[in-house]
Design a protein around this ligand. Sequence first.
Ligand SMILES: C[S@@+](CC[C@H](N)C(=O)[O-])C[C@H]1O[C@@H](n2cnc3c(N)ncnc32)[C@H](O)[C@@H]1O
Length: 411
Amino acid sequence: MSLYQTEHQLTQDAIGVSRQVILKGARLVKLFVTVGAHARYPKKSDWNLHRLECGVLSKLDKDRQKSLTPSIRLMVKLYLRRKLQSEKLIPITVTDNYNLVGALVSRILAYINPFKLACNAHTICDSELRPLGTGLYPIISIINHSCFPNSVLVFEGRVAVICAVQRIPKGTEVLISYIETAGSTTTRQKALREQYFFSCACPRCIKEGNSDDIQESAILEGYRCKDGGCNGFLLRDSGDKGFICQQCGIVRDREEIKKLVGEINLLSEKASKLVSSGFNTEAGATYKMIEKLQLKLCHSFSINLMRTRETLLKIFMELRDWKEALAYCRSTIPVYERVYPVFHPLLGLQYYTFGKLEWLLGDTADACKSLTKAVDILRIIHGTNTPFMKELLIKLEEAQAEASYKLSSMN
Ligand SMILES: C[S@@+](CC[C@H](N)C(=O)[O-])C[C@H]1O[C@@H](n2cnc3c(N)ncnc32)[C@H](O)[C@@H]1O
């Protein structure tokens, strides 16, 4: 999901809804849902809740314990919290609005229907899309999915904000995306069926199987032409011997592709072990080998290649090798622009990272351009008043001041 995603942890819960305001601007419609943040209760009641939670969870058999996702833990916590509140062992806070959570909670409380819960719980992220916890947002939970959504869900602290990223005519349904939308129609449909149990019929998905959709899938998830100078996409030949370039007609042998895929898989296993053991330098070298093989195998707009480069960006940022990080960040931008809509948080954040790296390496003029792009995208999503946006706007102003100073001293 996020470029800098850390391990998913249940560090916060959020329940209840106290207010719903719809603001309509020329391009912006925001549905603000104020969410009941957990008030800090005294240590003793904290302990009461924790003791009960541990007691309940330890009674589950091992298999069930293994399947305890953050969403299920959240439900257990909510259930016990409600119980302790009804027994007056912990205080009810003004934001614990169980009436509004009502039907949703009663249907899925107490681990009765974990699938329904997973469909309705939301991962709370910060403005840089790093996950902070899991929350139950009843109003947000009535919003349906589209792979071409007119809105995005972001969080301001624990407040869930639905922000329009397209003009939404009156009476039109507000839609968000439940999944990572960068992917072929087949991949997106598979994710939606497996995680949310439905087939999507959005404007992107209804094109599944038509020639444009087949071409886009082959570019994003298929192979490159054997001729390095040709940018064609490949489709399986009817005899199933290999894949034919749709531009120049050269056939790529199935066995050769299989061999490359095997080598990449082996290296990927090794690389992810190196990352999890903290051997970043070795991991960087291994991911570079993967990138080299993927450049032979995949189309230049390949999502797999993009993911490898995202990982390399992250590794080189951690190694503080800004030059390498900048190069990898740059290489991801054309693919981001292809796979994400204009006002997508990930695209905005990638421009933000790009601008910061350019600035750090002294390319102030280009940094201004990248930071301006980041602002243009992210202000639609976050407005201009959040701490995150204020920081970005200050950075842009400083970069612009530095660029004009540099220009005037050159003159
Ligand atoms: C978070 S709920 C959304 C609200 C739900 N429609 C309701 O009435 O409660 C998620 C569920 O809604 C349904 N859903 C959401 N988007 C859909 C879509 N585009 N097409 C079909 N079903 C959808 C799926 O059953 C999914 O598991």
